[in-house]
Design a protein around this ligand. Structure first.
Ligand code: AP5
Ligand code: MG
Length: 226
């Protein structure tokens, strides 16, 4: 019998701004050899590079709205084709609309893949404003930190790469974070029912501390890829 090939696993992290999607995706990436695909990170890179897509996305992102499905899908489709995604991917911040979820189903069907598991990170709204307002990342490696909840072991030095430059996102202020939360509830939260109907939804209490949430997330991923 020939070697059996398993199509790359697809995990989706669903949750509002500040739920911890990026934090947990990076931890799962390390633990399971998966690749985090954050449409937010890909769009910020496009804005920084000044591409046509980036130019169109910039103002929408700064206002806390959702970038058009066409732009996001084009960016994601490109990245999904890269070689490093062969073991599996963690989609962080995608899909965010019903149109994106349907487009993802079509895209995966064309490569013999499917959505294996959707982890809905359950949180209350109010504490999310403090989470995003206190966030910063290493400018070199992208490791995420928080003024209160996740400080580097040595002040001013990244735990991961030793970098000493840090940056904050343009949309991490209370006003824009409020708009992002509204966009989540109006356009993204309905996807919870979409994936529940397909029998792939798992819920995790993401109000707990980062380590506790991480254990719960790892257990969900291990159910799928061992
Ligand atoms: P995106 O970059 O995806 O931002 P978001 O969804 O608003 O989510 P965040 O990145 O703010 O939160 P997170 O859940 O990753 O939290 P994190 O782990 O960093 O999108 C940005 C914009 O791009 C959108 O507004 C939109 O305009 C556009 N966009 C992106 N994707 C799109 C799409 N598919 N379609 C259309 N438009 C799109 O944690 C936050 C902070 O809290 C950190 O400091 C962390 O250290 C801390 N923290 C994490 N977990 C905990 C915990 N358990 N306890 C205490 N603190 C914690
Ligand atoms: Mg994020």
């Amino acid at each position: 019998m020939g070697a059996q090939t398993t199509p790359p696993a697809v995990f989706i992290l669903l949750g509002p701004p500040g739920a911890g999607k990026g934090t947990q995706a990076r931890m799962l990436e390390e633990k399971f050899g998966l690749v985090q695909l954050s449409t937010g990170d890909l769009l910020r890179a496009a804005v920084a590079a000044g591409t046509e897509a980036g130019k169109q996305a910039k103002a929408v992102m700064e206002a806390g709205g959702l970038v058009s499905d066409d732009i996001v899908l084009a960016i994601l489709r490109d990245r999904m084709g890269d070689d490093d995604t062969k073991r599996g991917v963690i989609l962080d911040g995608f899909p965010r609309t019903a149109g994106q979820a349907e487009a993802l189903d079509h895209l995966l069907a064309s490569t013999g893949q499917r959505v294996n598991s959707v982890i809905s990170m359950e949180v209350e709204d109010a504490p999310m404003i403090a989470r995003v307002a206190g966030r910063y990342t290493c400018a070199n490696c992208g490791e995420g930190y928080h003024d209160t909840f996740k400080q580097p072991a040595k002040a001013g030095v990244c735990d991961k790469c030793g970098g000493t430059d840090f940056k904050r996102r343009a949309d991490d202020n209370a006003e824009t974070a409020g708009a992002r939360l509204n966009a989540y509830h109006a356009q993204t939260a309905p996807l919870i029912a979409y994936y529940k109907d397909r029998g792939v939804l798992e819920e995790v209490d993401a109000m707990a501390d980062i380590t506790t949430v991480s254990k719960a997330m790892q257990a969900r991923v291990a159910q799928v890829i061992g």
